[in-house]
Design a binder for this molecule. Structure first.
Ligand code: SAM
Length: 276
């Protein structure tokens, strides 16, 4: 590996000032970036998908950890800087000039299993997260997701029932995956610093409960949390058969959505999947 110039120098040389419209808040602290790259475990020889490499801070850390990186970046200004980085790690960095929301990630990764690591652009982060977690086919081709979010969103992903953060994102992330808060990242670590604190969430796929359709579960949580202050017998009225399923499963229909555990949502979805 050749000696790499400091990131700030790369940014100055290529004129990569951060653009708000692209959700750009860059990380420069090499130690912090190494810690993020270590969250999924040993990456030696592994395929990694990175969304939004920007000037390549996290990309460097991933390459140093021995990963083979495919990076999708839609800001063309970053491409020459990333090409330079690729030259320092021959054959280990493929950069795709495009919008990650419009690409088929499994196709991009050529059908092999891959870990996802990303300091996600906040504006597209949740959309990509929902997409990675909502496929009907399980286990997915990705082996883990290690993603930066606003801390408030990270808390919603790992939330337990009976908390105000618990909702659709928590059920989506936890019904067939394990989701943990891997580390908090202070806003001052970014250039420019965003208004809010950030956190890294780590998700690994778990076994999918038998007989449950992701689509049915999604319909249930959408209705239940869409009117989270209402009793289930009211909020689930629009989901055909759901109120009857509550009775069959012995779930009190005067409860509110945020008291219903992930397992109870899964049991309800299983009951309705049979009838679907
Ligand atoms: N990974 C870098 C770091 O940690 O310093 C940059 C992080 S910055 C928060 C987000 C990056 O994602 C930017 O470089 C931005 O151009 C890129 N980006 C934004 N939307 C994107 C999209 N839809 N597809 C691919 N890249 C995107």
């Amino acid at each position: 590996m050749a000696d790499l110039p400091p990131l700030r120098e790369v940014i100055a040389r290529h004129g990569l000032f951060a653009t708000k419209a692209l959700g750009q808040n860059f990380l420069f602290d090499a130690q912090l970036l190494d810690r993020i790259a270590a969250v999924p475990g040993d990456l030696q020889g592994k395929a990694v998908l990175e969304v939004g490499p920007g000037p390549g801070g996290l990309t460097r850390a991933l390459l140093k950890a021995g990963a083979r990186v495919t990076a999708i970046e839609m800001d063309k200004r970053c491409l020459p800087a990333l090409a330079e980085l690729g030259e320092a790690f021959p054959g280990r960095l493929q950069v795709i000039d495009g919008d990650a929301l419009k690409l088929d990630h499994c196709e991009v990764m050529g059908g092999e299993p891959f870990a996802v690591l990303s300091n996600l652009p906040y504006n597209v982060g949740t959309a990509l997260f929902v997409r990675w977690l909502s496929g009907e086919s399980w286990p997915p081709q990705w082996t883990s997701l290690t993603l930066m979010f606003q801390q408030e969103v990270a808390q919603r992903i790992v939330a337990a029932p009976d908390s105000s953060a618990y909702g659709r994102l928590a059920v989506l992330a936890q019904w067939r995956s394990a989701a943990t808060m891997a580390m908090k990242v202070h806003r001052s670590a970014f250039t420019p610093p965003p208004k809010v604190m950030s956190a890294i969430v780590h998700v690994t796929p778990a076994t999918m409960p038998d007989g449950v359709s992701a689509r049915v579960l999604e319909r249930l949580t959408e209705a239940a949390f869409g009117q989270r202050r209402k009793m289930l017998r009211q909020s689930l009225k629009g989901v055909s058969g759901a109120v009857e399923a509550l009775a069959r499963l012995g779930i009190d229909d005067t409860r509110r959505a945020e008291t219903v555990s992930v397992d109870e949502f899964v049991a309800l979805a299983r009951d309705l999947t049979r009838a679907d």
